[in-house]
Design a protein around this ligand. Sequence first.
Ligand SMILES: [Zn+2]
Length: 261
Amino acid sequence: MLPEILKVAEEYGLSFNPRSHGKKETLCKCCFCAEDSKAGKGHKFYLSLNTHDQLFKCWFCGVSGGVLDFEAKISGLPYSEIRKKYFGIRKKPIHPAESLNAHQLRSIGWAEYKRENRAAFKENREMVFSDWQNYEYEELAKHFAMFIVVAHIENQEERQNNLLHYVMQSCHDTQIQLMFNRVLAEYVKDEADRAGWAIQGAEIGRAAWKVSLSTYDFEMDKVVYNVIFLYHMLKTDEMQKSLKGTRKKEAIVNDKMSFAN
Ligand SMILES: [Zn+2]
């Protein structure tokens, strides 16, 4: 809240015209030009405070402004300091694209662009953030799929641990914050309550697991390859589906399953 200009003037010990003190127009000696403090001007009060609108103006030197400006001028502190005193640090809302760090921007191919032309980057922030969201969705879906494969492995504890370690490391490398935790959090949910990427990831994961099971090949690079391959298959299928608007998602997944077998 704005401070009262009268209180500020009192705090800094200004000399008031007693008859006007506290009225809408309160007059005092101007501490900026001090013209009314000169000999023979004892009855003059050039500085006018508007105690309703919290403004000030000197009728002699013309200095004028609002109460924050007033306090800044009297105290000699920067305006921003005074504003902070009454309003705290005002945080500008930051565009989510601006909070992506250099590593994250590199993952989606915008790091160089930002470094070379900040202004253009600012103009394209919507696109940058949309790229990031797509990237995040894809990586979450793929890693969820990998996790599903790993979780399905039975009677091979050592291999399972190694693969789990790989998935965790890979999650970390994506630069998506707390990604492995997010994967785990979705995994323990009922399927109906899962996020879109987890539902898609589970479908891919089950298909990829079947592929690996059919060859009994659970090498991680093979699993990763299968997941990525199936992910793009599904994506292509979905694009075709949305173009044709006929095939159901279940049908696609069933196709995957039979393809896997
Ligand atoms: Zn003045």
